[in-house]
Design a protein around this ligand. Structure first.
Ligand code: ARG
Length: 499
């Protein structure tokens, strides 16, 4: 084996230094314990770089072969759990390069030609994040499908729609769930847009100023799939920006944080609906936990934790913004701190989306072979709750408007009717016709249809409204959209897709 600079001195830049790095500083500056998870991206980037170096006659075919085989051997070792990660070698890049050089000798030492860890790590993080975004996009689609399935089963189930947490107007429970489908569809759209700006190649920027070797950056970009919808290579266009930019990480974190915020809103509703005071839904036992002291308890730990984890993901976004704030060009070691928040953001979001898709949509129970919804809806209780609280008062006002009364007057008239109903402890629909006519003589027997929950729903028959007819149309539209998206596949939509 040839001499390896990594063997006898533990640092890649040792020749200049007259004493070894202090142990404490070594631990403080090392990132290998967390950035080793970038190994696939790191090897993919190195394979593409080496292939281009050969194509440009910067290294020989023999050296390229040795590097290529060596990197594949390293990958196999890591995959098999046989790779020894060394803290002394600081990070994933130096660990892999050192092992490659042990395997491939001098050829391994040629790999870093025209490259710096600065453009290398920026490339690795982008490649890794692209893969995460693709998984997240799929999971967002799964969650939407689960919500659509439950919405479809509950088009005609009536929920008291709330504003200020007070009973406002009756809505279809399906319609309510579709509100979340809208939120998650925007999350999916944002992920696709972030993917576009993530999928751009820093390699070739070297340390900060570019390189004097005749690198073919387009070739590397194409090899790594960093291309737009037309197959055009996507290159970072300024070397200083390329090595120091982490906008894509911040944008991703912002998109992830917003998605978690949506999940936290849904979580809050599930928690309320599951409480005895509402009793609108049940969450399957496999998604709930008991109490160690109160035997009767079933707690919605999953939505509660999701609500809590939202804070953590929003915190990572803040952390990343602060990390970049005030950083001078170009690369600074600060940037090494981008990884842990980014990794944790992707992990937390993926786990949360996965568990929510299962909890909402349920799965096939292997014991019975039957599809089991993770949440079951207590339609009667929901509807009963909607009959309380004068949810159709607006409908009565609208009824009077249709008889020619100005809306403000109608509003006032209905307020009086509600007051009378409260005094008698009855609902509006329980007031006899003669009583209602005392508020306005134009009121006729057909008012009772208007005061019914179903009549109220049906009357909101316009785009975006809660009429079951409209809910059905929306479900069909979403299903068609999701079909189209999965047909295209997140991996091949390099350009932002606007739906
Ligand atoms: N581990 C470093 C990081 O994650 C790699 C880049 C190091 N570059 C340097 N000039 N020290 O950012």
């Amino acid at each position: 084996m040839t001499h390896n600079q990594f063997d006898n001195k533990s640092q890649a830049w040792s020749a200049l230094f007259s004493e070894p790095m202090s142990e404490l500083v070594k631990r403080y500056t090392a990132s290998v314990h967390f950035d080793k998870r970038l190994w696939r991206a790191d090897i993919a980037g190195s394979l593409a770089h080496a292939e281009m170096l050969r194509a440009q006659d910067i290294i020989s075919s023999e050296d390229h072969r040795a590097i290529d085989e060596g990197l594949r051997a390293v990958a196999a070792e890591i995959e098999a759990g046989q790779f020894e990660w060394k803290l002394d070698l600081e990070d994933v890049h130096l660990n892999i390069e050192a092992r490659l050089t042990q395997i491939a000798g001098n050829a391994g030492k040629r790999l870093h030609t025209g490259r710096s860890r600065n453009d290398q790590v920026a490339t690795d993080v982008r490649l890794w994040l692209r893969g995460e975004i693709d998984q997240i996009s799929d999971l967002i689609c799964h969650l939407q499908t689960a919500l659509l399935d439950v919405a479809e089963q509950n088009i005609d189930v009536i929920l008291p729609g709330l504003t200020h947490l007070q009973v406002a107007q009756p809505v279809s429970f399906g319609h309510h769930l579709l509100a979340y489908v809208e939120m998650f569809s925007r999350d999916g759209e944002r992920m696709r847009e972030v993917r576009y700006r993530t999928n751009q190649l820093p390699l070739g920027s070297a340390a900060l100023a570019g390189t004097s070797y005749p690198l073919d950056r387009e070739r590397v970009a194409r090899t790594l799939g960093m291309v737009d919808g037309k197959g055009q290579a996507q290159l970072c266009q300024n070397s200083l920006d390329a090595v120091s930019d982490r906008d894509f990480a911040i944008e991703f974190s912002a998109a992830a944080a917003l998605c978690m915020v949506h999940i936290s809103r849904f979580s809050e509703e599930l928690i309320l609906w599951m409480s005895q005071n509402f009793a609108f839904v049940k969450i399957a036992d496999r998604f709930t936990t008991g109490s160690s002291i109160m035997p009767q308890k079933k707690n919605p730990d999953v939505p509660e934790l999701a609500r809590g984890k939202t804070g953590r993901v929003v915190g990572h976004l803040m952390g990343l913004m602060m990390l970049m704030k005030g950083q001078p060009l170009a690369y600074n070691k600060d940037n090494q701190e981008d990884k842990e928040p980014l990794f944790d953001t992707a992990d937390t979001l993926k786990d949360t989306l996965r568990i929510f898709a299962q909890m909402i949509g349920g799965q096939i129970n292997p014991a019975t072979g039957l599809a089991e919804g993770g949440i079951s809806v207590n339609a009667e209780t929901m509807e009963l709750a909607a009959t309380r609280g004068y949810a159709t008062a607006t409908d009565l006002a609208d009824y009077l408007v249709k008889k020619g009364i100005p809306f403000r007057d109608a509003h006032e008239t209905v307020a009086k009717a509600v007051k009378a109903a409260i005094a008698r402890k009855v609902e509006l629909s329980e007031l006899p016709l003669e009583s209602l006519q005392q508020f306005n003589p134009l009121i006729e027997n057909d008012v009772y249809e208007v005061l019914s929950l179903r009549g109220s729903l049906q009357s909101r028959d316009l785009v975006g409204g809660t009429a079951p007819n409209q809910v059905r149309l929306q479900i069909a539209r979403h299903r068609e959209r999701l079909q189209r998206q999965s047909g295209v596949g997140p991996a091949s939509t390099a350009r932002p897709v606007t739906t």
